[in-house]
Design a protein around this ligand. Structure first.
Ligand code: PLP
Length: 360
């Protein structure tokens, strides 16, 4: 068996010990004689898996007791609609900060449900920085302020938490959740699809402050009503059971690595290897303002785009896959989530140097 270094933006690399444990437990989970996939979500076995996953997530993120944790379906794109349906709470508009492709999608979807005030946008500089908080034009009557904490495509990330006063801050954290410690109490709601840093696609995580519940639009589908899901321990409908199980294994793995502080050190070390090299050469470039560079997704371009195909072929021959950049921005992108070992980044940088020497 050969495992590659998988730089995919998502679904993405998972920790090898997690995959091994899942394989070992595939046919018979803990003597139950069943695969987790075969279990009733209401049986005692799965209820224990679910409870442990939630407890571990609460521990890792130090989630305060007045926040509900939901394990649901719909993905982050689903949440783009589900958030306004649940959080407008009788208000007519919400503030959105536009930092790139994923913010744009959130804005477009929210416009179906409310008036969107784009409080700040980095469009003018090609989404290469996070707009300074001092330049945001927030609406005091907004139902919430929405940000994308890490733009998976553009590679810009917030390394600070915006203060939005009494207006709840909502963050799409799909691609940087659990990459470092955060202060959950500064957010009204955090959501993310699991397939970047947590587990398989199909599981969506929502962390919501409980005072924001109870006022969903009447048209909100019950499966997407946070209050109903919270009241039913995310089991109003059948939750994505296998995804929750794998997420629990990943949470355990993160804890065993030393928790989110250790993840941050690991992620900063990996990202620095790559950015330091990008900054030291003019054969490759990354356009993002240094303070706003993503620790998770590192887009870069070759000086001559005509070399892109050769670069990708050589990478593939060396066991490094999924480095092609998103079609919206072109070039390359290395996604280096929690589960990407430092050896993967070292191998990539070594190959980039080799390729530059041969073609520079
Ligand atoms: C991947 C991603 C999404 C889309 O998630 P889906 O699971 O496809 O709905 C949304 N936002 C961000 C920041 C992402 O990285």
């Amino acid at each position: 068996m050969t495992r590659v270094f998988n730089f995919s933006a998502g679904p993405a690399v998972l920790p090898e010990p997690v995959l091994r444990q899942a394989a070992d437990e595939m046919l018979d989970w803990h003597g139950s004689g069943m695969s987790v996939m075969e279990m009733s979500h209401r049986g005692k076995e799965f209820i224990s898996i679910h409870a442990e996953a939630e407890a571990l997530l609460r521990e890792l993120l130090a989630i305060p007791a007045n926040y509900k944790v939901l394990f649901v379906q719909g993905g982050a794109i689903g949440e783009n609609a589900i958030v306004p349906m649940n959080l407008l709470r009788g208000k007519s508009g919400a503030d959105y900060v536009n930092t790139g492709e994923w913010s744009k999608k959130s804005i477009k979807e929210a416009k179906k449900y409310c008036t969107v005030n784009v409080a700040a946008s980095a469009e003018a500089n090609g989404f290469t920085s996070i707009p300074a908080r001092a330049d945001w034009k927030l609406d005091a009557n907004a139902a919430y302020v929405h940000i994308c904490s890490n733009e998976t495509i553009g590679g810009v990330e917030y390394h600070w938490t915006p203060d939005t006063g009494d207006v709840p801050l909502v963050a799409d954290m799909s691609s940087n959740i659990l990459s470092r410690p955060i202060d959950v109490s500064k957010y009204g709601l955090i959501y993310g699809g699991a397939q970047k840093n947590i587990g398989p696609a199909g599981l969506t995580i929502v962390i919501v402050r409980d005072d924001l519940l109870g006022r969903a639009l009447p048209v909100t589908p019950s499966a997407f009503d946070y209050t109903q899901q919270a009241e039913n321990d995310s089991m109003l409908n059948t939750p994505p059971t296998y995804g929750i199980y794998i997420a629990g294994l990943v949470f355990n793995w993160i804890k065993a690595q030393g928790g989110l502080a250790a993840m941050e050190t690991h992620n900063r070390t990996k990202a620095a290897l790559l950015y330091d090299y990008l900054d030291a050469t003019d054969f490759y470039s990354n356009p993002v303002a240094k303070p706003d560079r993503s620790l998770m997704n590192v887009p870069f371009k070759l000086k001559d785009a005509a070399l892109d195909d050769a670069f990708l072929k050589g990478a593939q021959a060396r066991g490094m896959l999924q480095l092609k950049g998103h079609r919206a921005v072109g070039g390359m992108r290395a996604s280096i989530y929690n589960a990407m070992p430092i050896e993967g980044v070292r191998a990539l940088v070594a190959y980039m140097k080799e390729f530059e020497a041969a073609n520079g």
